[in-house]
Design a protein around this ligand. Sequence first.
Ligand code: IPD
Length: 270
Amino acid sequence: MKPSRFPALQASAVAAARAAGELMRRHLRRTKKVNEACHHDIKLDLDVRCQRVITRSLAADFPGIPVLGEEGIDDRVRTAPARWVVDPIDGTVNYAHGSPHAAVSIALQLREGTGYRTVVGVVHDPFMDETWTAITGRAALLNGRRIHVSKRRKLDESIVSLGFAKSTESLDHMLPVFNELVYRVRKIRLMGSAALALTYVADGRFDGYVEAGIRLWDIAAGGLIVECAGGVFESGETGEEFRHTLMCNNRLIDRELRSATRAGLARNPR
Ligand code: IPD
């Protein structure tokens, strides 16, 4: 696929994210149908409905590009030359409880060698009306304006966000990270939306984000946005398909943050 098509693909992703975001906004204060709940996670009927809205919207513009989504995976996503990676509601637990801290995340990935590379990323927060966008090789934007990661150099002046995924094993990995970091940073933030944590690093509100055992659809779009804003985004394979460990920061605190989080992230969470 030619890079000249990326802006049109990005425009399509923005339109799809806005359509789903509108549905999220309308239902924020309403009682929501829960499709599935476990100790540390909730799945809503609205997750499914939002993914359907996104899939239809993308397919209307670009038929034939399969969707790898939190709420359903097209069989072709492991072989297709291009694929959409979609989290219809990132921050579902926040949203389910009525907290307006959740976002739509859409990335376009192209096949490269044995893997896939993100070339377009869109994260849309319908509650703040903020839309972060990136195209590989270009500057990252927030509502059309260029953004950059923070210039903070010291870990002890930094805000670092952590994510706790739903499995007990991932909690076991993150607690040592929390215990170490809490004494070393200005503040730790546990906000409950990986996509927004990444975009907050991209635009300098946060200085780093770390999580073990996170899914590809939570981080594909935000990761590109961080890179295009000058930051570090590194996702390590865990051995389970579409599940990663994640290190993200403003580049200036990279060394200090890695050394402070090594204990928890060294092993492979599921
Ligand atoms: C979750 C959020 C959360 C992160 C979890 C994710 P979801 O995504 O991004 O911040 O810590 O690992 O699963 O389930 O709300 O789309």
